[in-house]
Design a protein around this ligand. Sequence first.
Ligand SMILES: CCCCCCCC/C=C\CCCCCCCCCC(=O)SCCNC(=O)CCNC(=O)[C@H](O)C(C)(C)COP(=O)(O)OP(=O)(O)OC[C@H]1O[C@@H](n2cnc3c(N)ncnc32)[C@H](O)[C@@H]1OP(=O)(O)O
Ligand SMILES: Cc1cc2nc3c(=O)[nH]c(=O)nc-3n(C[C@H](O)[C@H](O)[C@H](O)COP(=O)(O)OP(=O)(O)OC[C@H]3O[C@@H](n4cnc5c(N)ncnc54)[C@H](O)[C@@H]3O)c2cc1C
Length: 661
Amino acid sequence: MANVKCNPDLVRERAKCSFDVNELIHLIDGGENATKEKRHFEETIFSVKELQDAVPEEYLSHKDRYENAVRKATILRDVCREYMKKYNYKPNRFRVGHGVFKDVSPFLLHDGMFVATIIGQGTPEQQAEWLPKAENMQIIGTYAQTELGHGSFIRGLETRATYDPKTEEFILNNATLSSFKWWPGGLGSTVNHCIVVAQLFINGKSYGIQPFIVQIRDLNTHKPLPGVKVGEIGPKMGFQTANNGFLGFENFRIPRMNMLMKNAQVLKDGTFVKGMNEKLTYGTMVMVRVGIVGDCSLNTSLAATIAVRYSAVRHQSKIKAKEPEVQILDYVTQQHKLFIAIASSHVFRNVYSWLSKSYLNVMKDLAQGKQDHLPELHATACCLKAVCSRDAGSVVEECRLACGGHGYMTSSNLPLVYGFTIATVTYEGEQTVLLLQTARYLVKAWLAALQGKVLAPSVSYLSDWLKNDNVRWQNTPEGIVKGFQHVAAGKVKAAYDTIQKYIKLGKDYEDAWNLASVQLMKASEAHSRSILCEVSWGEVIRTSASPNLLQVLKQLAQLYLVYWTLETSGDFLVYSNISKDDIAILREKYEELLAAIRPNAVGLVDAFDLRDEILHSTLGSYDGRVYERLMEEALKSPLNQESVNASFHKYLKPLMEKAKL
Ligand SMILES: CCCCCCCC/C=C\CCCCCCCCCC(=O)SCCNC(=O)CCNC(=O)[C@H](O)C(C)(C)COP(=O)(O)OP(=O)(O)OC[C@H]1O[C@@H](n2cnc3c(N)ncnc32)[C@H](O)[C@@H]1OP(=O)(O)O
Ligand SMILES: Cc1cc2nc3c(=O)[nH]c(=O)nc-3n(C[C@H](O)[C@H](O)[C@H](O)COP(=O)(O)OP(=O)(O)OC[C@H]3O[C@@H](n4cnc5c(N)ncnc54)[C@H](O)[C@@H]3O)c2cc1C
């Protein structure tokens, strides 16, 4: 990239960077070699001619866009397969996916959840049967759980799988409209198999929801099998190429062994054998919630790169009347909008790496029959997924707004990035619903703390707070982290006390919970923020990097801490010993941090190492040819391929002529 002829502002910005950008790229990737491998892989993918679009996707019809996405998905699959064979390298398909599809792949659910569920929920025999076929795309699948009537409350799903011991089959039925599956990615017209989550019935008795692997289309003709009603749900805010679909069954029979039986089992005679923990059926969702935290880091880095580079190139208005128009990046309000995006991406990445380790440890434990840490993992994944996805959505939107009118152009790519980022707030567990799951855990932990029990590490601050809730405020990163824990503990206590108050007033527990649920949700958010702050600061101070780079990473981590302290200063005034003077000191610190980060802003987004093909943005490309690219892209509009459009003769001219009469 170094030889590309760049906009002079970007050249100047890069020259003043105080740290080695390559060092940060390697740190993010996990080593110099990992960067080399990643770049070689991306170079390979983006030099495949067939993966490049002749016409910008935006001008295609819904149908053509889908077909083009499937075409590219199959080519990408082949190229990746060959590449993996040749180099024994497991690539990050999500990064290149943004470049190839702009939006998302119609195979997203195949890779993200279908294969993962076979691994997580199938017995070794079931894995042996389906995994090789799924991994090499002999069969293509999705994860069909959500229905028209139920998405959040999965115990309420209506799709039925009734066991027939005579034929040793399950009979699938969707008797009501609300029971139709609705949303699964790829279901519309792409997949031939699904994981269907359905209510198991044996001899008229319900045994809760279970996962079933179901073939829905003929492998040769792709026609829906008899008894299957399937289709696409239509256009959405984003995710246009994900091919989300609907599905219903009428007396559709599948063999007994198509129930994924790693946890619970149905024997030939219809005996139901309970698993170690019925919630293990929800395992794929926990895994994907962890992954979404990493995805938030990637999405945030896409938006930050576009908006920061654009803000370095764009000049508008003056700070001093007699001086030239300034780069908009010099406005401190612009820095306030953008630097939190850079900082958040690093925080999400660090927390994702921490959470992934916890996930893998719990999976190892479960394999040995130990489930002690499962509730903590579920609670932590829920609140982090909820808060990171919502933060990422806000940050991306702020980046879009920070690009003014041009940020509204599709060619900036910010609208598309926003579309797939905010989808993460809802899918894989709606944010409020997940925060309330964590609140259940926090309330239990609070009760245990009151009883003097030892708490799990992520909530041990509740016991510390009970022992001493009067800790002196300190304007240091460690002091702020403590402060976040105080806020979280104070909010958990307040929510718990509110529940108790309503119970004393005669409410039953469930109503008391609902009445206190705004506080419970806020407590859960505060708990999440305290984890984000503690983990990310801890990761940064343990990082081995050169002094220059470490200084910048600390500035970003501190910016995150101070930003969120100031954003939630009301909570700090209520629940910690912070004073108004401390807040004034933090405001000053915040301004110092913005000024310190300013010279490195472009270097920092360069270090996300997002190729132009992945950014796919007129505003964010490495060379900063913003206005040239805006014009080049505008000229691709079909309306610019003719000097007079037919609508002139058909409508405009008659209108003007009528006006003359
Ligand atoms: C650095 C860059 C890296 C980039 C990396 C990128 C990686 C990207 C990775 C992955 C991306 C993949 C992309 C895939 C795209 C996905 C598209 C979207 C797919 C979907 O949306 S699928 C559908 C998802 N649906 C949901 O999430 C439904 C949400 N609802 C529920 O989960 C449940 O209904 C509920 C949890 C809300 C409630 O369940 P319920 O049975 O009613 O339980 P409760 O009574 O409330 O609680 C009982 C008890 O159980 C505990 N519990 C609940 N869930 C779990 C669980 N999963 N595990 C363990 N325990 C659980 C709960 O805490 C209660 O415990 P308690 O009684 O309090 O002790
Ligand atoms: C882009 C996209 C892709 C998707 N892909 C898939 C897929 O591949 N497979 C699949 O199975 N599903 C998929 N989904 C569905 C997704 O998982 C659900 O939409 C999601 O879990 C939310 O459920 P819901 O739509 O029922 O929302 P609802 O639960 O109806 O939410 C509506 C409102 O009700 C509130 N609410 C609901 N329950 C409670 C409660 N207990 N307490 C307080 N408030 C509550 C919510 O907070 C929210 O404000 C996808 C969704 C989207 C948007």
